[in-house]
Design a protein around this ligand. Sequence first.
Ligand code: GLC
Length: 817
Amino acid sequence: MEGSEAIHPDKSAESGALEARVTTGPFRKLEKDGEAYIVRGETGCLAFRFLTDDLFRIVAFRGEAPDWRTTPAVEEPQGGPGALTVEETEDAVRFATGSVAVIVDKSDLAVTVTNPEGGRIMRQEPVQWNGKAGVGAAYAMAEETHFYGLGEKTGFLDKRGEKYTNWNTDVYAPHVPEIEALYQSIPFVIPAAGGNGYGLFLDNPGRTDFDMRSEADRFTIGCSTGSFSLYFINGPSLKQIVSRYTALTGRMELPPKWALGYHQSRYSYMTQQEVLELARTFREKHIPCDVIYLDIHYMDEYRVFTFDPARFPDPEGMMRELRELGVRIVPIVDPGVKKDAKYPIYQEGVRGDHFCRKLEGDIYFGDVWPGTSAFPDFTEERTAKWWGEKHEFYTKLGISGIWNDMNEPALFNESKTMDLDVIHRNNGNPLTHEELHNLYGMLMSKATYEGLAERLGGQRPFVLTRAGYAGIQRYAAVWTGDNRSFWEHMALAVPMVLNMGLSGIPFAGPDVGGFAHHTSGQLLARWTQMGVFFPYLRNHSAIQTVRQEPWSFGPEVEAIVREYVGMRYRWMPHLYNLFRDAAETGLPVMRPLLLEYPADPNVANLSDQFLLGEDVLVAPVFRPDTDYRAVYLPEGVWIDYWTGEALEGGRHILAHAPLEKLPLYIRKGAVIAEGPLKQHADDPVREYAEFNVYGASAAADFRADYALYEDDGTSFAYREGEFDVLRANAAGTGAGLTLSWSYENGCRIAANRKTVRFRLRYPDFALGGAAVEGLAAITPEQLASGAIGYIVDTACGELIVQAADAPQGGRLAVRIG
Ligand code: GLC
């Protein structure tokens, strides 16, 4: 027998549902609303706020007034554009700043953005409300348009032909090109052609969609819930777009220097003994290492803010010995708090009303590692503060770094996350989880960062996160989640991290060696070679996989890892300089060639090479048993790091790269600052600053310049001007070179350093007969012990000068024979 349900309207083709699509419709009127302008259409409206000459916001809305609230991702600039003109003609409403004109067509409220000369930059078709499916708009897409940004996505550098969803998702597998949503959501895209473009940032932490696939000449952007609040970011250069986007969503704080070192992790180092043994092994084997991670097994049945009393009986003792070895600990902290009436954190969370609840009032519980768990509501300031305070548990042990995982939040259920109707209190503006989902992880990391910062007595915290939203760079470094020990995943990490860099996240990297599946010696060697040139460097592997520590595959692989990790430490001054630049400008540490050579069509989708800063080109090998690879050298002259060969760019070359060799090229005339090899950031070795000048020339027009930023590497004193800028310069004189250096901001940080070195590597003149005026030739041993003098090494093709450092700087004259 059937009931009435059999004739439910949803079962009929004639459901009676109205076609729910509505667009803005034709123009009705223009209103000024404070600093904003509202263009009202018959059925929908567009509100405009011009924030600078190169940045404006459009909020599409229906009803009376727009919602100008932003997410915590955004810090809108104040003050407005230099000038704004507003004109209404018969056909259009026209706004103009000094940089762009915005024309709203009165027939349908389509928006065109042009440059002051009238050249079209962007065209947005009428915004469309699609009933329950949300709201979105289509944008004109030229044949030559490429797409960059979009944060952490699989696939190649250019996202044309792709379709993505932003919905933070714990994807254990597969990380394949067709996966549309991963752990992070950065709803920011850069459409660009010929290296010029603009940025669009949809500030919506619910589900958002970017479709560059479905239509031939348009791409679409939409959101399922919440408001269609879109920022237009003017270029035209990619660097301008990234810099303006990061001015809006914030820039990375300068991390502690130790966070730039080598990190070792495994799920899990099971006992205190194992951790100590591991730390000692790094020191015995002289493989530099700054950090060991504690994965979930350090906890008492996965209760956050606890240690397992059997596995880690004496955390203080462990930390003491690790401190002597110069190894730091970064423990994992997940958001799920075990439901356990005897567990103080759970008790506090319940009593203090810190956990997410359903509308009906019940605490929301879900399953994660500890079993049934409750989840702090980080949208509520008071709860974020509580969570931050709990980190006293770690900071009192001397821990200043925390690893936030499972913070999408990830749950062991069918939807993989929290129920969508969980309510976030959001400081008096309650919204559903569906509307705020993508913010959860970032707000957890924010709470963690701020909690640590308050408790570290002026030391810089380090937070690593898996989930995030636009702006995450202000609080945490990002690792790219559960990849696999596949060569394909090593290759995939390059465009993924490059696009994260273009999306404002400069401090990122994958699990080196691969997390799941079993790595091999070759894969570990190749991945580490590449990984030392990524901003974030951590070797991490999963439970039940083969061991992945550097020595797990015999002496050959161990030696390769030692050499390349050592190189990262020698290059630390340069790397730190790039981090400082990223913190100041928002431009990434690791860059697609595209950023430096925007007009070169060969690099528009180049996904298997990258630049470290501007001058270092890295071309990893992504295949086993492969000794050669094609490398594209952009225009200019590039010096092969290993052989010194000067190679004319603008062409492909075939690089010879046996296992121990990573193809690496330095732009002729570039300078790389190096320092002594250290086993960890605080290793008390003899300090020197060494300026490596590549391909120097004695020609009178040759100049190489470098400004080395230095601070104490750990505190925030640099914000009060406690830093040095050591400027080094090599200038051709016709008969040789003048080498000079000076301190531009005083010499505080380097006050105890005795020597400065210049190393002319592979100059374009013969070294035989070269000498440095007023200095004597010394041996390599004397150099190492700090003697003043110079070495001419014709076999290595280099001239090394060591001079006494002094606050007033110095000057040396190199004569060539
Ligand atoms: C998740 C993380 C991984 C971690 C594991 C256990 O899979 O992504 O890095 O090792 O959980 O905590």
